[in-house]
Design a protein around this ligand. Structure first.
Ligand code: ATP
Length: 445
């Protein structure tokens, strides 16, 4: 099994990610996050928000609607240019994204159908926007779209943000939310889904090429450093510059942060210089004045925009891959462990009574569990032997396990303590119950 298959299996087995609508045979390109997955994703988003909004004075947050006026998508160019080249096999009628077929290493060009070897049609542009209809009168419903990117919700609110906050250029707006794309070939587990989440920053700067490129370089570094600060291995990360002919319709410059997975470099986040495309187009299409007034310089202008656009699901998948290890232990066994950064780990600690049929042990363990739960996500397990419980928590990425035994019931100084076991080193330490909360909080920060 390769790492992708192993992660897919572990995700299902342990409750990180399930196939969407599975009992009805599934729905291609949709996924449901289980009890562990929802915590991992929530932690990722919280870390993004903390670094982008909470810890900064130049960035504010926003949560715009998923469904917007169809005029937004006309203005942004999505209705004409948000497309991928589609080819169809003349024999089996399977459809593929032409650019991914051609760029596969070692594949002859022009390629044949990867499924049956049949001849492929010439590529035609296929629009990725997902259509939906609003209204109550049949025949008069408004055709609109589920947003293909979360970006436009920010730009249409540019003036609202200026008038309701004290921000001054340069400033940014961060947003996290769902986006939808009718992908031609969803796949690679959650890597390419039809419904997914994005975490973005739109940073408004003066329309000066030199100055804006400085900001572009700054945000490239910041975003790469963020992934590394959450434990992603530097060797698995790189920047990839978009060639001029690969640039999106709005972009002046673009770099991707790529992650090395399954023998290939794959896009995880894009850093784009959008010029003044979005504000200019919305000004043109809406008739609203989108200019910014620089009170000091007494000048009015349409700002340039630097964007950082990451996929929450892709990042979660790559963090899982990066953390996954099958480790040979001293006793010759193999343990599967997720070395997730404590900030990302779904559960921070697991609490076990040594024996489930000893009420005194269970009572003390339950009290510890209830106390810790006020501050962090805590797992409880009283089934099977302790070794098996450790292995189960290793697979879930839980950094610490706490076991309550008979010594825990004795009074200090001899007793009143528990065993704390470290996921990564497997070392065990005795810690007094009274000091446990502070001990764990210090380790987990
Ligand atoms: P790709 O070339 O892989 O289709 P893109 O360049 O179209 O991606 P962007 O429009 O720049 O992607 O979107 C920003 C981020 O959103 C991507 O880096 C990725 O992390 C995430 N993303 C985009 N499309 C998908 C998808 N179909 N499923 C999951 N995440 C996605």
């Amino acid at each position: 099994m390769d790492i992708g298959e192993k992660i897919t299996a572990l995700a299902k087995r342990r409750g990180f990610v399930y196939p969407g609508s599975e009992i009805y045979g599934g729905l291609a390109g949709t996924w449901d996050y289980g009890p562990l997955g929802v915590e991992l994703k929530r932690n990722l988003k919280n870390e993004f928000w903390k670094s982008m909004v909470q810890e900064r004075s130049d960035i504010v947050g926003l949560d715009a609607a998923i469904i917007m006026s169809p005029k937004v998508w006309e203005a942004s160019g999505h209705l004409t240019s948000f497309s991928d080249p589609l080819v169809e096999c003349k024999k089996c009628h399977h459809r593929f994204r032409a650019d991914t077929l051609i760029s596969k290493p070692g594949t002859p060009n022009p390629v044949a159908c990867p499924d049956c070897g049949g001849e492929l049609t010439a590529p035609k542009q296929f629009n990725l926007m997902v259509e939906t209809y609003l209204g109550v009168i049949e025949g008069e419903k408004l055709k609109t779209y589920l947003r293909g990117e979360i970006t436009q919700g920010v730009h249409v609110n540019f003036k609202n943000i200026l008038s309701s906050t004290r921000v001054k250029i340069p400033f940014g707006v961060a947003q996290i939310g769902k986006a939808f794309r009718n992908e031609i070939t969803p796949g690679g587990f959650t890597f390419r889904s039809r419904e997914f989440e994005q975490m973005e920053l739109q940073y408004y700067v003066k329309p000066d090429m030199k100055e804006s490129m400085k900001q572009f370089e700054y945000w490239k570094k910041e975003r790469m450093a963020w992934y590394v600060s959450l434990g992603m291995k530097k060797g698995n990360l790189r920047f990839k510059e978009h060639a001029k002919d690969e640039l999106a319709h709005y972009a002046k410059a673009a770099f991707d942060i790529e992650y090395y997975a399954e023998g290939e470099w794959k896009e995880m986040e894009g850093i784009h210089h959008r010029g003044d495309w979005d504000v200019r187009r919305h000004q043109e299409f809406s008739g609203e004045d989108m200019t910014y007034l620089d009170e000091e310089a007494k000048e009015k202008f349409l700002p340039f925009i630097i964007e950082t656009s990451g996929g929450v699901d892709r990042a979660a998948l790559f963090f899982l891959m990066d953390a996954y290890e099958e480790e040979k232990t001293k006793d010759g066994e193999t343990r599967t462990v997720l070395h997730l950064h404590p900030k990302l780990a779904p559960y921070k600690v697991a609490v076990f009574p040594l024996l489930a049929n000893k009420p005194k042990l269970v009572d003390v363990a339950r009290k510890i569990y209830d106390d810790l739960k006020k501050d962090m996500m805590v797992a409880w397990d009283d089934r099977g032997n302790i070794g098996k419980r450790y292995r189960a928590q290793d697979e879930a990425g839980t950094p610490y396990c706490v076991t309550v035994d008979f010594d825990s019931l004795e009074s200090p100084p001899a007793g009143g303590d528990v065993t704390v076991r470290d996921r990564d080193t497997m070392k065990q330490e005795r810690v007094k119950i009274k000091a446990l909360g502070d001990y764990l909080k210090e380790k987990l920060i």
